[in-house]
Every structure is written in C-alpha cells, then in structure tokens.
Design a protein around this ligand. Structure first.
Ligand SMILES: Nc1ncnc2c1ncn2[C@@H]1O[C@H](COP(=O)(O)OP(=O)(O)O)[C@@H](O)[C@H]1O
Ligand SMILES: [Mg+2]
Length: 292
C-alpha cells in the first residue's frame, strides 16, 4: 500500500458515500434495474432444466472410495441442502464440481453442454460457479468496501484489473450486495474488526460481486450465533431463484429454515433425497446418523 493508493482509496470511498447518499433520495428502480450483468460467462444451456448434473461419479484416494457412484442434479434457481455424516464425501463433491479434484470416472456437467471435467479451477469460477469454504477468507486489513471491490477486480483477471475503474453498473451492484449481506452500515470498517458471522457474509458478498449462477456453500453457519444463523437463512432464501445454491450444513435448525429438497450423502453416494421430514423419517438415514 502506497500513499497514492490510500489517497485513491479515500477518493473512491468518498465517491461511493456520495453515491449512497444520492441513492437514498431517488428510487433506484428496483433489483432488475440495478443488477447490471458484469460479464457474460457464455451461454449456459438450461434447456434440460438442470444447472448441475452429476452422474455415476467416482473418486478414490489411495484405494479409498471417497465418492462412489454419486449421481445428483440441481435445477436452475434451486436451493439444495446436502447433509450427511462426517466423511460422507460432501466436501469432496464440491472439490469435484469446482475442478479441485478430478473424478476417476463419471459425468459432471454445468448446464447441458459444459463438461466441467475439461476445465480448471479458475475457468470454472469464470463460468459462474462460486464456492464458499468453511473458514472466512476475507482481507482483514481492507475495508468491507475494498474487499467487495477487490472481488470484482480479481474476477476480471490481472491485466483487466490493472485498467479497472469501478463503473456505474459495478457501483450499483456493490451497493445492492452490501444491502443483501447486511453490511451497509459497516462499509468503512476493516474486515478484521467484523464478527465471525459478518466475515462470512462479506465473503458471500465477494462471491456475489462475481454474479455466480451456482453457489456452493460448505458449512456456512458453523460458528455463527443463533441470530447470525437466522439472518443467513433469510439471506439464502433471498438469493435462491436468482442463483442456484448448494448448501452443505450440519445445523438442522438452519436446514429446517431453508430446506426444499434435502439430499443425504453417505459413503460417497446419495442415500436419500426428499423433503426434510421425508429424509428424517427414512430408516437408512436414521441408521447412518445413529451409527451401526
Ligand atoms: N485429498 C484427500 N486425500 C485422501 N483422502 C481424502 C482426501 N479428501 C477427502 N478424503 C477422504 O474422503 C472422505 C470424504 O471426505 P469429505 O469429502 O471431506 O467428507 P465430508 O465433507 O462429507 O465430511 C473422508 O474419509 C476423507 O478422509
Ligand atoms: Mg466437509
């Protein structure tokens, strides 16, 4: 950080606060007007009604079958909950979708035509799949605003980010994301000063700046207070529809608050799928949770 960068940052912040002030006196025109698309990740073919499609996926680590015949699909705009005991393969499944782990065999498609096995991690992020790891990974020494701005730059690649200046559409989006993640009041605070829950929201906001079509969230409410957990449930309910979400979580009160379809993973494959009430009354599910 050089003094020039600090000065630029201060100027940006001032411009931004001016924009917020202006915005509060004029009706913004609603979500559709302000959610300018920042990039077109290419045509995602949703004609078959699926945004994500996994079929008979297998992954072994030194002979151990972590994923063993996993088949699953998600509809556009769906909020899918994934539960299952430790070691069921939930995180490994996300590693496969995001290109971190290569499946030994099976199909992994984004829409009907994009074969995710042919893409690496940065390409998959560019295609519109955002991932939230369990631990918050925000830049503690930057403000909330700067973190969100950086998320936008990072997504544009190194060369584009050097030329990058936040434009009107991006500024509108930043403002909208700030409201969505409940951090409007905290815009000038350092990320390092936020509560654990607020840091998680900020990281979700950083993902939202990239306008992902599919969001993968691994144990997003772990370590949150009850109040933060409730607000996160509201947040996810608001995001579904515009984005597809895959949420892995152990917190059953949270799952109950957001669930439509729940998929239970066990030993690397789908054990049961249905409403929360259906899977909770399924004998096989009760057995894997209680142990054999
Ligand atoms: N990179 C890896 N190398 C070896 N074993 C792994 C690796 N990643 C995951 N595993 C194993 O695969 C199984 C599934 O792990 P994981 O996907 O983390 O489960 P979950 O997220 O459902 O708790 C576990 O037994 C884990 O130890
Ligand atoms: Mg896990």
């Amino acid at each position: 950080m050089t003094p020039e960068m600090f000065a630029q940052g201060a100027k940006r912040l001032q411009d931004y606060q001016q924009r917020l002030a202006n915005e509060s006196v004029t009706e913004s025109g609603g979500r559709a007007a302000s959610y300018g698309r920042l990039h077109d990740a290419g045509a995602l073919d949703l004609t078959h009604g699926r945004i994500l499609y996994l079929e008979d996926v297998h992954v072994s680590f030194d002979g151990f079958k972590a994923i063993n015949g996993l088949s699953l699909d998600i509809a556009p705009g769906e909020l899918r909950c994934i539960i299952g005991p430790n070691g069921a393969g939930k995180t490994t499944m996300m590693d496969i979708i995001t290109g971190k782990t290569r499946p030994d065999r099976g199909q992994v498609y984004f829409g009907s035509t994009i074969d995710l096995r042919r893409h690496n991690e940065p390409e998959i992020a560019q295609l519109g799949i955002g991932r939230k790891f369990q631990k918050p990974t925000v830049f503690e020494h930057l403000t909330v605003y700067e973190n969100l701005e950086l998320a936008l730059k990072t997504h544009k690649g190194v060369l584009a980010s050097m030329r990058f200046r936040i434009d009107g559409a991006s500024a509108d989006r930043l403002s909208e994301v700030l409201a969505t993640i409940h951090l409007r009041e905290a815009v000038t605070r350092l990320a390092g000063e936020l509560s654990h829950g607020q840091k998680q929201w900020l990281e979700i906001g950083m993902l939202l700046m990239q306008d992902p079509k599919l969001l993968l969230l691994d144990e997003p409410v772990a370590g949150m207070t009850d109040h933060e957990t409730e607000r996160t449930a509201e947040l996810f309910l608001r995001l579904k529809g515009q984005h597809s979400l895959m949420v892995v979580e152990h917190d059953m009160a949270f799952i109950a608050a957001i669930a439509e379809t729940v998929t239970v993973l066990s030993e690397g494959r789908v054990l049961a799928e249905g409403t929360l009430a259906q899977v909770q009354s399924d004998e096989r599910v009760i057995e894997v949770y209680l142990g054999r």
